[in-house]
Design a protein. Structure first.
Length: 201
């Protein structure tokens, strides 16, 4: 069936895209306001966009009443953010930071999450996340009345020592990360599944 997304209501297009582009990696993003208030929120419109320089992209939506949500407002104001990846063991804490709260509320404290200082940016890292990518905003593009895309350069990556197989060669124990992905509908997620390998021609 053909779905003309230029003619369908936006909410139908959203359902089609999020039901088919799956599983989506989750960026658990920490930022700081100019006043130093920490914020954390998860986003599944996210992926790596290149490696020279290392770049990631975040799709951020606007709040229907307040305009820019805290993550977007903080990135635009400070130019910095940290992307954490989400293992299944932290799914409940990640979900707690989805709450629609006032800007002065620290979601990290509310979810009982410990933090550690980042190496090159002001926003803190979530201590127990196995991977954290410290990022600087390269570009922000408004792609519609309710959305924008942030492109960030990854300045440095933190990977839990137990997951590093060979630091010199950049080899990571990917299966042991245990990362979850966002699926379709309301509140559905995926666990890491069975792998298969093919030789490239």
């Amino acid at each position: 069936m053909l779905f003309d997304l230029t003619k369908l209501p936006a909410e139908i297009g959203y359902k089609i895209l999020t039901a088919t582009v799956t599983p989506r990696p989750i960026a658990w993003v920490t930022t700081c306001s100019p006043d130093g208030i920490a914020n954390a929120a998860p986003f599944s419109f996210f992926n790596v966009m290149g490696h020279e320089p290392p770049t990631v992209a975040l799709g951020l939506l606007r709040h229907p009443r307040r305009g820019l949500k805290d993550t977007a407002a903080n990135i635009l104001a400070t130019g910095e953010f940290v992307v954490q990846l989400v293992p299944e063991s932290m799914a409940e804490a990640m979900n707690a930071t989805c709450a629609d709260l006032d800007p002065e509320v620290d979601e990290l404290a509310l979810a009982g999450l410990g933090t550690v200082p980042s190496a090159q940016v002001r926003p803190p890292r979530i201590a127990d996340s196995p991977v954290a990518l410290e990022c600087r905003n390269l570009a922000s593009v408004v792609t519609g009345p309710r959305q924008m895309t942030v492109i960030g350069q990854v300045l440095c990556a933190h990977v839990a020592d137990r997951l590093v197989l060979d630091a010199g060669r950049g080899h990571i124990d990917t299966p042991s990360l245990g990362l979850i992905g966002r699926m379709h509908g309301s509140g559905w997620y995926s666990r890491p599944g069975a792998l298969f390998q093919m030789a490239r021609p």
